[in-house]
Design a protein around this ligand. Structure first.
Ligand code: SF4
Length: 240
């Protein structure tokens, strides 16, 4: 057993379990991960836009909006000149009007302060309106291939179940100890596959309700599974 960090003493995870976790998530993504138009692309602007659109929204709704959005405003300059009412109209189905203002204001800031380029570092990304730690890390990883962790409700749930990690904060997404823990788990290679894998695995397998434990690649290291094995197997038998 190793102690991951002095200030996160309660988060103790075996090295072998970490490696198994990383490799399993990466391999699962390669075989079963989802494909979206904002993945496996090299345009930081498109990736930043997709992260804005994906915030607090069902991913299925975003795909068609994203395509339409990029058709109208494929660059920082074009979005910077767009009318907020036009942007609102295109993203209306996502139901979050404030996003139109954020997108337009961000494009203006990128044009005026960053030479129309999306910054590569989180300290600058965090200056953009509506960019918090999650979006900054996602852009650093997905657009610039950096070894950065992402942490949202789905990822927190996976950590909680697999490693029995719990946050004491009322808003776990902002818990710096959880972020530190997430960062220690990020593999050196194939970081995008690992992070996309976590997102998809939380949505499709380790779901908030009725996780698919009996078919899960992580069952051998999962503390939730160990604690609930008997009940989970009984439920599975009853279903079949
Ligand atoms: S065994 Fe169940 S709880 Fe554990 S990671 Fe898999 S789906 Fe999630």
């Amino acid at each position: 057993m190793i102690e991951i960090k002095q200030d996160i003493r309660e988060y103790v995870v075996d090295n072998k379990a970490i490696r198994k976790f990383q490799v399993s998530i990466q391999n699962w993504y390669v075989n079963d991960g989802r494909s979206f138009p904002w993945r496996n692309i090299n345009e930081p602007f498109n990736i930043l836009v997709s992260e804005f659109l994906l915030q607090k929204t069902n991913v299925e709704k975003v795909e068609s909006v994203y395509k339409k959005f990029m058709n109208y405003w494929p660059s920082v300059q074009s979005l910077s000149r767009a009318r907020i009412s036009s942007v609102s109209k295109v993203i209306k189905s996502l139901g979050l009007k404030y996003k139109a203002v954020r997108l337009k204001t961000t494009a203006k800031m990128l044009e005026e302060n960053f030479n129309c380029e999306v910054p590569r570092k989180s300290d600058k990304l965090l200056k953009l309106p509506g960019v918090g730690k999650y979006i900054a890390s996602a852009v650093e990883c997905f657009a610039f291939n950096k070894q950065k962790a992402i942490l949202d409700t789905n990822v927190i749930r996976i950590f909680n179940r697999v490693f029995d990690i719990k946050s004491k904060k009322s808003r776990p997404r902002n818990d710096s100890r959880l972020w530190n823990f997430a960062q220690t788990l990020v593999p050196v290679n194939k970081v995008k596959e690992y992070n996309w894998g976590l997102i998809d695995f939380g949505a499709l397998v380790c779901k908030s309700k009725n996780p698919l434990c009996c078919k899960c690649i992580l069952y051998s290291i999962c503390i939730f599974y160990k604690k609930n094995k008997t009940q989970l197997k009984t439920n599975e038998r009853e279903k079949s």
